[in-house]
Structure formats: C-alpha cells, structure tokens
Design a protein around this ligand. Structure first.
Ligand code: FES
Ligand code: FES
Length: 177
C-alpha cells in the first residue's frame, strides 16, 4: 500500500545564491550539487566522482570552499552560496580566468570551475601572499585534473596571488626644489 508523502519528506530552504535570495522546497537528502544543477540550472558546478574525491563540484558556502556532492541542500538553509557562475559574473574571478588562459592551466575544462572556486578561497585570504608553490599544491590537492599535469594551474594561481598582493610602489621623496 502506498502512502502519501509526509510533510517531513520535504524541507524549506532559504539561501542566497550568487547574490540572489532563493527559496526552495527540497527533499531532505537532496545534494547541494543536484539542487544547484537541476533546480537552479547552475550547471557550471560540475559533478565528477560524486564521492568527495575530485573537487569538480566545489562551491563557496559562506566563503568556504565545500564539495557540493557531499553537502545537503537542506544543510545550507540561511547560508550564502557562490558558484562559478557568480564568481565569473561578478568579475571576482576575472584575473584567475585570465591567468588560467595565459598559463595553459586548462584543457578539457571539466575540472576548471572547481579549481577556480577553490583558488578563490585561497586567494581572498591575504595570508596567501606568502604562500610557496609547494604549499599551493597542497592546498589545491583536493582538486583533480586529468589533463594538465597541474604545473600550469599552480603557475596561474601563483601569478594571481603575486599580482593581487604585490607591494605598493614606494613613493620616493621628491628632491630639493
Ligand atoms: Fe564532488 Fe567529485 S563530484 S568531489
Ligand atoms: Fe581536463 Fe582538468 S582540464 S580535467
């Protein structure tokens, strides 16, 4: 005998996605990745392994990089979510996009949204200014790429960090007048 869905079979979620307040009614077990891709049609968040291994599904949840395939949409109630669409539309990732292009840091591009979002979390922290390429490799080790060999990706992110945090030119005192 089939039973009608109980009220507890759905939950109400209020989130801000890429700056837009969004209300939705979702199944309690709906993954954030499926919510973004299938309900909000934000398909820039890619789904590779669906097991938290590849990092392709990375989004920012209240500024922190999370794997949306391991996060329930219902857990995000009250949170701000930023996807690759928001990061690129706002211009926040413009320098990363340019650096990825210049450094051949992508080929098929499947991993790229996840890398860009993970890199944003790192780069927006001023403490990243002193980071070495090896430390960067470790910080980005949760994102997998099958194409590039990673060297271009590390170069691109290092370049953006160097550009964003380069010391302001010192103003030399003017000479005697
Ligand atoms: Fe989420 Fe691979 S799809 S980590
Ligand atoms: Fe193809 Fe990274 S560019 S998986």
């Amino acid at each position: 005998m089939s039973t009608a869905p109980a009220a507890s079979d759905v939950v109400s979620v209020n989130v801000v996605v890429n700056g837009s307040p969004t209300h939705a009614v979702v199944a309690p077990r709906l993954l954030l990745s499926d919510f973004l891709r299938k309900q909000l049609m934000l398909t820039g968040t890619h789904v590779g392994c669906e097991h938290g291994v590849c990092g392709a599904c990375t989004v920012l949840l209240d500024g922190m990089a999370v794997r949306s395939c391991l996060t329930l949409a219902a857990q995000c109630n009250g949170a701000e979510i930023e996807t690759i669409e928001g990061a690129t539309a706002s211009g926040q990732a413009a320098d990363l996009q340019q650096a990825f292009s210049e450094n051949h840091a992508l080929q098929c591009g499947f991993c790229t949204p996840g890398f860009i979002v993970s890199a944003l979390e790192i780069i927006e922290d001023p403490a990243s200014a002193g980071i070495s390429p090896n430390e960067l490799k470790e910080l980005l080790a949760g994102n997998l790429c099958r194409c590039t060999g990673y060297a271009g990706i590390i170069r691109a992110v290092s370049q953006v960090i160097a550009d964003r945090y380069k010391p302001a030119p010192s103003t030399s005192p003017s000479g005697p007048s």
